[in-house]
Design a protein. Structure first.
Length: 138
């Protein structure tokens, strides 16, 4: 199977060599695209959530660290689902962290509520409000 494209005026052929002879060309392409997406998610977990860092001396400490990274990955998945219909719907974990979660805000805590006062110049206010609304309404 070959994929030929022209990038910046130059021919850019790509070849897929596979031993999956029972799949047709289109099916093989879909299969390898799916597999590449799974590899991208693994890379996000390892790099963006630092799950590859198991530097503790004890096995249980490293196991607990991986458990926390798995929980963080699940939380980021829920956040991504809540952003459906926004420009962040298909964004990677690092984009959600830097553009939506790592922002300066004033936190006011009362007896019944916690208020997050975002800056008025925050460029992703619409996405943050949608995310918040989707997470709180459930």
């Amino acid at each position: 199977m070959v994929k030929a494209e022209i990038t910046q005026g130059e021919l850019n052929p790509r070849f897929v060599v596979t031993n999956l002879s029972e799949l047709g060309d289109e099916q093989a392409y879909v299969f390898y695209c799916w597999r590449g997406e799974q590899e991208n998610r693994i890379k996000e977990i390892k790099l963006d959530l630092s799950s590859g860092r198991t530097s503790c001396h004890s096995f249980l400490a490293n196991q607990f660290r991986l458990l926390l990274h798995t929980a963080a990955c699940m939380l980021m998945g829920v956040i991504q689902e809540s952003l459906a219909g926004t420009r962040f719907a298909k964004a990677q974990i690092v984009t959600h962290r830097t553009r939506l979660l790592k922002i300066g805000a004033r936190v006011v805590e009362t007896a019944r509520r916690i208020w997050f006062h975002l800056p008025s110049s925050f460029p992703a206010q619409d996405a943050w409000k949608r995310m918040y609304g989707a997470l709180v309404s459930d």
